[in-house]
Design a protein around this ligand. Structure first.
Ligand SMILES: Cc1ncc(COP(=O)(O)O)c(C=O)c1O
Length: 424
């Protein structure tokens, strides 16, 4: 079973609609997990499903050669809606898209070394299967400026032999410069809001500083917007921050849960995919790339995000603010040492006294045991935030004020029930 699905308690889910999940025993849960975040519009959103059903009925298929009108339509929609995208290519998963973006950057710069974030996740490829969210005992003392030792996730990767990845803290510009002074860096890949470990926002000036370092050392700045893309705005975090990456990677919310991902960016980088010399052209391939199911779901999703009434972003932002307010009230009233970290509809709360600056800070101070016990207690109360400490809570267009009210009541009850650990 995939690591992301091997989660206790074992529940066999059977169906989902809107903001709710049902398990095989008929229990209903309000869903804040959103399958690791794709469901910004809620599960089985009617218009998205209809677009997929229509495309299948239309006689479209996976042709396996040439291009399609749907590909053209989605490419145009993306390049006109996200100004930092001049060219896009479609794949199926975020992992493939991250690996492809890195390959493009390496092909253009001729440099193999790259920078990643300690505690960040950029897919399951060999390149990125390291330093994702290790316990502090494995990581050791804070390193800054500098880089962390490579900590592969699991066995079987080649990371130990060919060490081209350099893990630095999020929100730490000096470490990026430190690495650039020592290695020929071709790319830096990061989530512009560190959402692999909940929600850690960039400090003011961080992304702008990375842009300047990328220009100075001539590496590709790659935003992994697999989680931030479409969730925070149609233009993703690039639009929110005003910082333009060279390449950006999208997945998850782009098609509200249907499998499609994409890499896009400035012509200078993307046109390498069409280089006349085959030996200079990065290899991109995939039997299912450009599948009409993913394409039609993405087109329908983006159209809803651009024009739905009421506005999706206004709705989810308002409910998330209610949730944040309610959580703070519970923490204050019960004397719980905790902070809420929220960016728009994505949030997490940490049992520590400040919003963490990076994974090292979080891993050093958060009460992971209390977090896990709370999440498990919530499952019994009909609220599903995946029972894995720190993981992001996501609010969708399908959640209602009543859902938030019910959830806050359950949170309050769960805190009352917890015997020890979370009170200051
Ligand atoms: C930021 C980020 N990048 C990449 C990925 C990998 O995407 P996928 O699971 O579609 O391969 C994920 C998945 O959780 C992610 O959160």
């Amino acid at each position: 079973m995939s690591a992301n699905r091997a989660v206790l308690p074992d529940i066999a889910f059977e169906r989902a609609h809107g903001a709710h999940l049902w398990d095989a025993d008929g229990n209903r849960y309000i869903d804040f997990h959103a399958a690791f975040a794709p469901f910004l519009l809620g599960h089985n959103r009617e218009e998205v499903n209809r677009a997929v059903i229509d495309v299948l009925r239309s006689g479209a298929s996976l042709f396996g050669a040439g291009t399609t009108a749907l590909e053209g339509e989605l490419a145009e929609l993306l390049c006109t809606s996200l100004p930092h995208l001049e060219r896009v290519t479609f794949l199926n998963t975020g992992s493939e898209a991250d690996a492809t973006a890195l390959r493009i950057a390496r092909a253009v710069t001729g440099r193999t070394h790259f920078i990643k974030i300690q505690g960040g996740y950029n897919g399951n490829s060999d390149e990125f299967a390291c330093n994702t969210a290790d316990p502090i005992a494995r990581i050791g003392p804070r390193v800054s400026p500098g880089e962390y030792a490579c900590c592969p996730v699991g066995a079987g990767t080649v990371l130990g032999e060919a060490r081209f990845s350099h893990a630095v803290n999020f929100n730490d510009l000096e470490s990026v410069r430190w690495v650039c002074e020592r290695y020929p860096i071709g790319a830096m890949v990061l989530e512009p809001v560190l959402q692999n470990v909940g929600v850690i926002p960039p400090v003011p000036g961080y992304l702008e500083g990375l842009r300047a370092l990328a220009d100075e050392y001539e590496f590709a700045l790659i935003f992994d917007e697999v989680k931030t893309g479409f969730r925070h705005s149609v233009g993703g975090w690039a639009a929110v921050s005003g910082v333009t990456p060279d390449l950006a990677v999208y997945g998850k919310a782009v098609a509200n849960g249907f499998p499609i991902s994409l890499v896009g960016g400035k012509q200078r980088w993307m046109d390498q995919l069409r280089h006349p010399d085959p030996l200079k052209r990065p290899f991109v391939a995939g039997t299912y790339n450009g599948h009409p199911v993913g394409l039609s779901a993405a087109i329908a999703t983006i159209k809803i995000l651009k024009s739905a009434t009421p506005d999706v972003y206004e709705h989810v932002g308002r409910l998330a603010a209610l949730m944040e307010h309610g959580l703070r009230e519970i923490f204050d009233r019960r004397g719980i040492l905790a902070v809420v970290s929220r960016v728009n509809s994505a949030f997490s709360f940490y049992f520590m006294d400040h919003v963490p600056r990076d994974w090292h800070d979080l891993a050093s101070h958060h009460d992971f045991d209390a977090d896990l016990r709370l999440r498990r207690a919530l499952v019994d109360r009909g609220v599903y935030a995946v029972p894995v400490p720190t993981k992001q809570w996501s609010i969708s267009a399908a959640h209602t004020e009543l859902d938030i009210k019910f959830t806050l009541e359950q949170l309050d009850g769960a805190f009352a029930q917890m015997k020890n650990g979370v009170t200051a």
